[in-house]
Design a protein around this ligand. Structure first.
Ligand code: 3LM
Length: 401
């Protein structure tokens, strides 16, 4: 039997066979919307599912399929589907798993637009949700309702870096017959593979680390069951239609080849910046999973290979001081999104999580003084110099508080 390739090899080779693509070393871009059938009977057989082969790019595309196969492999799943955005992947799996009257149990924090989507589902279809901390089985079990069907979590949570105990989630899900979905965007498959912990589905905003170059908006859903993934392809994905374009898949295939190299550098830089921030008076709290000050560091080390490239921290003062700090930066760009080569900083309360009502934001732990740094691939000394000069600039303002 052929040995399964390791991560670093799979991100470069899995799912691509050059001999059936004119020996092209890199995956060709099949920029086509449709495919011609040899004859009418072939078209009929393909539509009837009696014969494999391409039909129409909303139902599958050879370039997109290479990405899907590669993603399934590196997340340890049995199948994957690529979508036009992370939110298209989130909405597809929630539509697949729920019907009117069901309840979704979520981690205490979730990305702002996921919260927005769940609010729409509640208002329009009576699919309710609740957000809770997920430290142990008892805590999760207590929050279940008779109509709970899905446990939907992020870990680490955007932007508070709180963790969900994946083993506890799985134990409760097993006991009560619930489906588990994990948004693994913050870790990337290089640091954490939730299917190994029993998750049914893993999803990514491919816009972030998977692509890594800030030039694609995309999403990927990976599932533990190949048949169910094929069912989703031919139902929710086909009929809601939120597919990924072949060109975006092509860019993602290129970006993904360096995921492991990029992640290690993001993390090397992040670890040095955490250390630097620890010496800063204006920083009240640092939120980084592998930092000794993180209340769940032990859990982080059980679930994640390293701490990741994102650091959130609370500054002295409130919204005004946080905005002043962002404005004082020069090399570091003020931008939402994450996982790019460029270091990005944003203010969750007024940006990524602005759609979440203030009282809900407070429950999630998102204060007005919280900022989120996506550490890039620049020279770390340059990044620390930019942070240091920004701290120096706001120092006089802070002394006035
Ligand atoms: C952000 N996040 O800056 P797309 N799941 C997680 C995410 O962080 C995101 C998505 C899903 C950010 C985007 S805010 C307008 C910019 C954990 C996106 C959604 O649909 O590909 O953006 O993924 O935190």
């Amino acid at each position: 039997m052929k040995q399964k390739n390791k991560f670093e090899t799979a991100v470069i080779h899995k799912g691509y066979d050059s001999t059936v693509h004119h020996d092209s070393l890199t995956t060709p871009l099949y920029q086509t919307s449709t495919y011609s059938f040899a004859n009418a009977e072939q078209g009929e057989a393909r539509f009837a599912g009696e014969q494999g082969g391409n039909i129409y790019s909303r139902l599958g595309n050879p370039t997109v399929r290479v990405l899907e196969e590669r993603m399934a492999e590196i997340e340890g799943g049995a199948g994957a589907l690529a979508f036009g955005s992370g939110m298209a992947a989130v909405s597809a799996i929630l539509v697949h798993l729920t019907k009117a009257g069901d309840h979704v149990l979520c981690s205490r924090g979730i990305y702002g637009c996921t919260f927005g989507l769940l609010s729409i589902m509640e208002e329009k279809y009576g699919i309710t949700h609740s957000l809770i901390g997920m430290i142990d089985e008892q805590q999760i079990e207590q929050a279940l309702r008779p109509e709970t069907k899905v446990i939907y979590v992020e870990t680490p949570i955007n932007p508070t870096m709180e963790l969900v105990n994946l083993r506890a989630v799985e134990a409760v899900a097993q006991k009560h017959g619930l489906r588990v979905v994990v948004d693994n965007t913050f870790s990337s498959p290089y640091l954490q593979n939730p299917i190994d912990f029993g998750a049914d589905f893993v999803l990514h905003s491919a816009t972030k680390y998977l692509n890594g170059h800030g030039d694609v908006v995309g999403g990927v859903l990976i599932g533990a069951d190949a048949e169910e993934m094929q069912l989703i392809r031919m139902t929710v994905q086909k009929d809601f239609g939120g597919i990924m374009s072949p060109f975006d898949a092509w860019l993602l295939i290129r970006g993904l080849k360096t995921l492991h190299v990029r992640m290690d550098r993001h993390i090397d830089n992040a670890e040095k910046i955490v250390e630097f921030l620890q010496g800063e008076q204006a920083v009240n709290r640092i939120l980084y999973p592998f930092d000794a000050g993180h209340p769940q560091m032990a859990l982080a080390k059980e679930q994640m290979r390293r701490g990741g490239g994102l650091i959130s921290f609370e500054l002295e003062g409130g919204k005004k001081q946080a905005q002043e700090f962002l404005n004082a930066l020069s090399l570091i760009k003020i931008a939402v999104s994450l996982g790019d080569a460029e270091t990005l900083i944003q203010h969750p309360a007024t940006m990524t999580h602005a759609v979440v009502p203030p009282e809900e934001r407070e429950k999630m732990g998102i204060s007005d003084s919280l900022v989120r740094l996506s550490v890039g691939l620049e020279n770390v000394e340059d990044l620390m110099a930019d942070l240091a000069q920004a701290f120096a600039q706001i120092k006089s303002n802070l002394q006035e508080i």
